[in-house]
Design a protein around this ligand. Structure first.
Ligand code: COA
Length: 264
């Protein structure tokens, strides 16, 4: 007997009907205005709206990684494509393609490694520092690096402490953030000044929020997209086509340092 029924597949993200758009069940018009972009990102990825504090933390994560100047591989990739006359979408796609294990994509690996430390502690009853020390030693022997630590420019990544402070303020702290602190302590006691970078801080905070590691690099991509667009557009507006782009030999000529609170 042949089955003539039309095949159908299901999606639980957004319901579209004539004159109606419902994101995870919520009418888009109701979300527009009161709900921040960070909360909407949480909603689409997790299926529920976060509470206000977690929504603000999501915003802070997205702001923390919006741009890091012209030297990151993704900015250089976007600029290189833009300098060839590529469209905005192609330039930005080139930038996104450069987000991987060692740049922007360290978040997922870091989350796995922090979870590994937490699991080993639970299994063995040993302290976080003890387990972190053994794991880092094993990784060193295997020629591997602890994702989310170290930075080419910063010795004390300004985004890390702020993100951890905001998480604690939002009532978010726990074993993954503790494991990240332990890794930092173990590096320091071995005489290695390897700061927890923003990828590491995001990994620890997202893990505390219950995000799966597989989605975490996506949050970095969402955050960095405006920066990549700005770099691609600036490249085409201010530079000649197909120039030789030196990765580091540039100077900043934007606004001087300023504050949201000019008269504190
Ligand atoms: C980001 C990164 C590429 C910067 O590297 P760098 O400042 O150029 O440092 P180097 O590659 O010169 O390494 C210097 C030393 O620190 C060690 N090191 C650097 N980062 C390390 C890490 N994450 N874990 C373990 N050891 C690390 C190196 O093995 C090297 O040790 P050695 O002197 O005994 O050989 C590097 O720290 C790294 O790979 N980090 C992990 C990936 C990551 O978090 N990326 C996101 C960056 S925002």
């Amino acid at each position: 007997m042949s089955d003539d029924k039309p095949t159908t597949w299901t999606t639980a993200i957004t319901q579209i009907e004539p004159n109606h758009v419902r994101l995870r069940g919520y009418d888009i018009g109701e979300l527009m205005g009161p709900v921040s972009f960070g909360s909407a990102v949480y909603l689409i990825l997790r299926g529920e709206l976060p509470d206000e504090k977690v929504g603000r933390l999501m915003e802070a994560i997205l702001v923390s990684s919006i741009d890091h100047g012209a030297t990151p591989p993704s900015a250089l990739a976007a600029r290189t494509a833009a300098s060839t006359g590529a469209s905005l979408s192609a330039s930005v796609a080139a930038g996104l393609l450069a987000i991987n294990r060692y740049h922007g994509g360290a978040i997922e690996d870091c989350a796995h490694q922090l979870a590994h430390i937490v699991r080993r502690c639970d299994e063995t009853g040993q302290s976080l520092d003890c387990v972190a020390e053994v794991m880092l030693d094993e990784m060193k022997q295997a020629g591997q690096r602890m994702a989310g630590f170290g930075h080419r420019i910063h010795t004390d990544d300004p985004r890390t402490k702020r993100l951890f402070d905001l998480a604690v303020e939002a009532g978010v702290d726990g074993p993954h953030m503790e494991a990240a602190r332990a890794v930092h302590r173990v590096f320091a006691s071995a005489g290695k000044n390897l700061p927890m970078n923003v990828d590491g801080a995001i990994a620890a905070v997202l893990a505390e929020l219950g995000f799966e590691p597989s989605v975490m690099n996506g949050l970095f991509m969402i955050a960095r997209l405006p920066g990549l667009i700005a770099h691609a557009l600036e490249e085409q507006a201010r530079q000649r086509p197909m120039r030789r782009i030196d990765p580091t030999n540039h100077t900043y000529d934007g606004p001087p340092p300023r504050s949201l609170n000019p008269n504190p």
